[in-house]
Design a protein around this ligand. Structure first.
Ligand code: BJW
Length: 246
């Protein structure tokens, strides 16, 4: 379904040199990856984040957590990027500075052709030592979870609740939010910090902030343009409008 894209937004985007984008689970929903907080279909409607996405949950039941992530890794391997991911990869080429920041761990932006992706919450494809925090690529496939040569359990290289985000990625994301002229917040419920602060930082720094989401979120009332609809429909449309004027 097509959504009316305000001409004012197209013009501001066409005139921009520095664009920052924050994506969340919603952009991958149309590829078939469930979001977290959607009422009926979100992962947290069926699974307890305290048990599966905290260091304490992993300490209590490492096997359960390892196997949950192994199942998600397998299901992500079977999906494809969608037109929303593709439109962002095409947009990257149009601006002097384009910073794509994602909370997603699924590599779909990279697979769609985005060259530089700032991953705030890690990547499910990588595995690291739960003590030394170093990435480990060779490990026995039949252990659940396998162990690092140091003896500690291995775990997915993702960011759980209560854990710090990768410092370099967060610094890049904050700088992009503060320096951009247009900021797009796409497919995120804007509930998880510090990612949720990024569009607010952009607003404070004077950027035009745009939200793309079928639902209203905590961010909606603050933004200049809230485009209500799916990323897979709106982003290709936005790209097309931009091509018309510039
Ligand atoms: C569509 C669509 C379509 C559907 N098109 N859209 C300040 C205040 C309060 C709390 C805190 C705070 N600062 C820190 C905290 C604690 C915590 C936090 O934020 N808690 C909140 C829940 C209150 N944050 C942290 O712990 C972070 N660490 C940290 O801050 O360290 C410092 C610190 C530590 C301790 C204390 C204080 C400071 C770490 C956060 C890690 C989040 N990890 C997860 C799991 C990653 C691994 C995995 O995948 O398993 O990251 S949780 C989950 O939420 C995942 C996501 O990246 C993240 C955000 O979710 P997202 O992407 O927004 O998804 P949804 O489902 O919420 O929304 C989807 C949206 O898409 C919806 O709006 C739909 O409508 C929309 N949609 N279809 C477009 N087709």
């Amino acid at each position: 379904m097509s959504v009316a894209i305000p001409q004012e937004l197209v013009e501001r985007l066409a005139a921009a040199h520095r664009v920052a984008v924050l994506t969340g689970a919603g952009i991958s929903a149309e590829s078939g990856i469930p979001t977290f907080r959607d009422a009926l279909t979100g992962l947290w409607a069926r699974y307890d984040p305290q048990e599966l996405a905290t260091p304490e949950g992993f300490a209590r039941n490492p096997k359960l957590v390892w196997e949950w992530y192994a199942a998600r890794r397998a299901s992500i391997a079977g999906v494809q990027p969608n037109p929303g991911h593709a439109a962002l990869a095409a947009l990257e080429k149009r601006f002097e500075q384009f910073t794509l920041v994602t909370q997603n761990i699924d590599s779909l932006h990279q697979r769609a052709g985005s060259r530089e992706v700032v991953e705030l919450h890690g990547n499910i494809a990588r595995v690291k030592c739960s003590i030394e925090q170093i990435i480990v690529s060779d490990f026995p496939a039949d252990e659940s979870p396998p162990r690092c040569p140091c003896g500690a359990f291995l775990r997915p290289d993702v960011v759980w609740f209560g854990e710090m985000l990768p410092a370099e990625a967060l610094a890049k994301a904050e700088a992009a939010a503060e320096q951009c002229e247009v900021f797009l917040s796409i497919g995120t419920s804007a509930q998880v910090y510090p990612a949720a602060e990024l569009p607010l930082r952009a607003l404070s720094a004077g950027a035009t902030v745009v939200e793309i989401n079928p639902e209203r979120t905590a961010l909606s009332r603050h933004v200049h343009f809230a485009l209500q609809g799916s990323a897979g429909a709106i982003l290709p449309q936005l790209l097309q409008e931009l091509r018309r004027v510039a």
